[in-house]
Ligand binder design. Structure first.
Ligand SMILES: C[S@@+](CC[C@H](N)C(=O)[O-])C[C@H]1O[C@@H](n2cnc3c(N)ncnc32)[C@H](O)[C@@H]1O
Length: 284
């Protein structure tokens, strides 16, 4: 049987996760370390987490550290998750952008914790469904994530039967996917609308450029308050005054930063403070 995790080893692992990815692991989540890091112990032929913590303190441990961070991420995602943000994007944000942006300037949309790509591709399908309204406007969708494996899957655009049954309307499945032996493959047309890049939200976001719309959903929940504030403010700095931010159902800007304000009548939809964007608010 493996030795009990020592306090010092816990501090090493939890400290590494917090600094590298923002993930907060409390003492009550030791079981998560044990289950999610067991593959790394096997691969590195280490007897237990105490040995892994020791290994991480030795020089040349950068690759293992990245593996630890990646193994601890929660990559669950599904198409049109929670539906509401996508409805808002389709019916309010997109029409407003088409109205206010010259066709020569691409509309830029960011899926900031893209995981296996369902969020970015849901946006891609909305754009395809609105092709006529898009006219000569171009849009760029960027999906970023800290974890490489999910991004690899995102680029493949290949989903299991279970994944396409979660949230994806059947007409869209028929229209934009084709059946392959290994699952359902998204059409090249939708895949070509989305780029994926490895990017840490705790890093410098400036090289990514400006985004008219940011989906940063179901990732802030893993961070502590100061990290949430830092990430939200860094995102705000990448948006034009009339940009729109979508957060996950359990996330908010309230009590964290004054840079964003909730759009009236909406949940999880935010504009930048000091900007009047009535067209983005729900009708009524
Ligand atoms: C639960 S998924 C959310 C996927 C999608 N946004 C959704 O709502 O369905 C959370 C993702 O955040 C990523 N993540 C965690 N920490 C991150 C960081 N510091 N920078 C970028 N991505 C991060 C994880 O790798 C994971 O894929």
């Amino acid at each position: 049987m493996s030795a009990r995790l020592t306090g010092a080893a816990f501090e090493t692992l939890a400290g590494l996760l917090k600094t590298r990815s923002g993930l907060i692991i409390g003492q009550d989540k030791i079981y998560l370390l044990e289950t999610r890091l067991s593959g790394i112990l096997k691969k590195e032929r280490l007897p237990d987490l105490n040995a892994l913590a020791d290994r991480l303190k030795r020089p040349g441990a950068d690759g293992i550290a990245q593996d630890v961070v990646e193994a601890m991420t929660t990559n669950e995602s599904f198409f049109f998750r929670d539906d509401k943000p996508f409805q808002h994007f389709r019916h309010h944000a997109l029409p407003r952008l088409l109205e206010t942006r010259p066709p020569t300037v691409p509309i830029r949309i960011w899926s900031a914790a893209a995981s296996t790509g369902q969020e970015a591709y849901s946006i891609g399908m909305i754009l395809a469904e609105n092709e006529a309204a898009m006219g000569t406007h171009r849009a760029e969708i960027l999906g970023t994530d800290i974890a490489r494996e999910p991004l690899k899957r995102a680029r493949q655009g290949l989903y299991t039967q279970f994944e396409v049954q979660r949230g994806l309307p059947v007409q869209m499945l028929m229209k934009y996917f084709r059946r392959e032996e290994a699952g359902w493959r998204l059409s090249d047309m939708i895949r070509s609308k989305v780029q994926f890049r490895e990017w840490n939200l705790l890093g410098d976001l400036r090289p990514l450029g400006r985004f008219d719309v940011v989906f940063c959903r179901n990732v802030l929940i893993y961070f502590d308050q100061p990290t949430k504030i830092r990430v939200l403010e860094a995102i705000a700095a990448q948006m034009p005054p009339d940009g729109v931010l979508y957060l996950g159902g359990a996330e908010t800007v309230l009590g964290l930063t004054g840079r964003f304000v909730p759009l009236p009548g909406e949940r999880g939809v935010y504009g930048l403070a000091g900007t009047s964007t009535p067209a983005l608010a729900a009708a009524g």
